[in-house]
Design a binder for this molecule. Structure first.
Ligand code: NAP
Length: 478
């Protein structure tokens, strides 16, 4: 089930939020601690106001909720709420058996016994689940993985606790993959919310329409993207609709990864078929690959890993992904020389692609030694970013590859005078129109956007993952 956590202050508003999300959810959790004290008095009415199973929860501050009154008051409010036809009630681990349990039992309300940890995961997590289960109908454990090793522990719950009715939640950024792949942990539900009532919660619409999280089964092929940060990635918007369109039972999930080596262990556990790689793991993954393509060997970085019999194979689709939008201009001779701004991970593939197609390149970078390193490998020129004005009117193509302009309206070459004859290409894709491109547009330049490269490299990854061309009629909004 996808269960929506309601965090509105009134019952009326909770009904509206339920209705708004109705197409994507199978249950809701009414949080008494978010209701005003007056509304809490009438919480028992709520189940009859919505036609969907409701979990009744009254969370204390120490468990991540908002209730800060006395325990006596909290229990009394919960007890009163249970006059209503709730399907479940959430009672925390440390609350001793009391009238709440008796009332829930007499009304056929299932008891969820819950444990929360906002700073990590307990060493005895599996035995804790078993203890919780003994004291209720369903054990719920909401913990905060601190790295990919903790994420592995959560995914192992399915093996360790088979057939135990349970809800397992990984909170925080390392838990996002567990919220999407909840069925692979044997969890009976995942929580969604409109307002991130708990850290890392996703929107119900994304869980249902983008990931189809509730349809994952043991035959679902798992793909993903690893990076740090990664939860902002637009790649799930490319791959998930693509899998759907070719009727492939597969899912593509973001994995926040602090340690590439540990991730390969998780990838084996989940029998993953492939994954994309982004900053900062594009070089680190090379040590764990059994086979690499010529591009990976020459560029020295890998953005795509696929499972082949017995080993992981590394590829680099940034190379062609970058090249495809401008290839006609290179082939026609319109692009003969280029300025590449930036000397980070992406720049390696871009400079190599341009040099491979005979384009003369100068790399400009803030840190000169980084530019020098790439220039030496590719036999091209390099200079300091401060000297950008010296190249005005000298080049056919200017590629912006720094992270300047990502989510801000800034250009790394502020004040650069474009002649209007250049082709300007920014690989940053958020926002679509960066300051760099906006300046180039004002001068009349031809523009290429970061989402063009993102989509092209994603389509090539899709082919590597599935063996099928990306569906022609699909144009994801990135
Ligand atoms: P990276 O390895 O971290 O490199 C960052 C680059 O930006 C370096 O050259 C760095 O210069 C420069 N830089 C950072 N802050 C700067 C500042 N304040 N002033 C001047 N230069 C600065 O990152 P990357 O992997 O190359 O990625 C760069 C950008 O490209 C990211 O925004 C990423 O999202 C985007 N990207 C897009 C695609 C796509 O498909 N469209 C693919 C890959 C990457 P120093 O060397 O001096 O530190």
């Amino acid at each position: 089930m996808i269960c929506l956590t309601l965090s509105d202050p009134t019952l009326e508003e909770c009904v509206k939020t339920t209705q708004k999300n109705r197409a994507w959810i199978e249950a809701v959790e009414l949080r008494l601690d978010y209701l005003t004290p007056e509304e809490r008095e009438n919480a028992c009415r709520f189940p009859s106001m919505v036609e969907i199973p409701v979990i009744c929860t009254h969370r204390r501050v120490q468990d991540g909720g908002k209730f800060s009154g006395s325990e006596k008051q909290r229990k009394a409010e919960l007890l009163k709420a249970l006059d209503g036809n709730f399907a479940y009630v959430d009672i925390e681990e440390d609350v001793k058996k009391c009238e709440l349990d008796e009332k829930a039992r007499s009304k056929g309300i299932k008891i969820i016994r819950s444990y929360h940890d906002f700073s990590g995961i307990p060493n005895d997590i599996y035995s804790r689940v078993l203890t919780l289960k003994k004291r209720g109908d369903i054990a719920k454990i909401a913990v905060t993985p601190q790295g990919i090793l903790d994420t592995i522990t959560l995914f192992n719950a399915e093996k360790e606790l088979k057939d135990v009715p349970k809800i397992i939640i990984g909170m925080g950024p390392y838990g996002v993959a567990t919220r999407i792949l909840y069925r692979r942990m044997g969890s009976i539900l995942t929580f969604a919310s409109d307002s991130e009532a708990a850290p890392g919660q996703l929107k119900a619409r994304d869980l249902k329409e983008l990931y189809h999280a509730d349809e994952v089964n043991e035959r679902t092929a798992i793909y993903g993207i690893i990076g740090n940060p990664v939860n902002h990635s637009a790649s799930p918007l490319i791959h998930n609709p693509g899998f759907r369109a070719i009727k492939y039972n597969a899912i593509y999930v973001p994995f926040l990864v602090d340690n590439a080596r540990a991730f390969f262990a998780l990838a084996e556990n989940l029998r993953m078929r492939g994954f994309s790689v982004t900053v900062p793991h594009k070089v680190e993954v090379l040590s764990y690959l059994g086979n690499i393509t010529r591009e990976v060997k020459q560029i020295g970085s890998c953005n795509t890993v696929v499972r082949t019999p017995g080993l992981w194979k590394g590829m680099n689709t940034d190379y062609y992904g970058f090249l495809i939008p401008i290839l006609p201009d290179i082939e026609s001779g319109r692009i003969k020389n280029a300025l590449v701004i930036g000397a980070g991970g992406a720049s390696y593939a871009i400079v190599w692609a341009l040099r491979n197609w005979g384009v003369k390149v100068t790399i400009l970078n803030r840190t000169l030694s980084h530019a020098e390193k790439i220039a030496k490998i590719n036999i091209c020129s390099f200079d300091s970013l401060e000297n950008a004005a010296n190249y005005e009117g000298q080049v056919d193509l200017i590629v912006q590859t720094t992270s300047v302009g990502l989510n801000t309206f800034e250009s790394p070459i502020e004040g650069f005078r474009f002649t209007g004859k250049e082709i300007a290409y920014d690989i940053v894709y958020k926002p679509h129109m960066t300051k760099f491109l906006s300046d180039a547009k004002a001068a009349g330049c031809t523009l290429h956007f970061g989402d063009e490269m993102l989509f092209e490299q994603g389509k090539l990854q899709f082919e590597a993952f599935t063996g099928y061309h990306y569906p022609r009629n699909l144009k994801p909004e990135l």
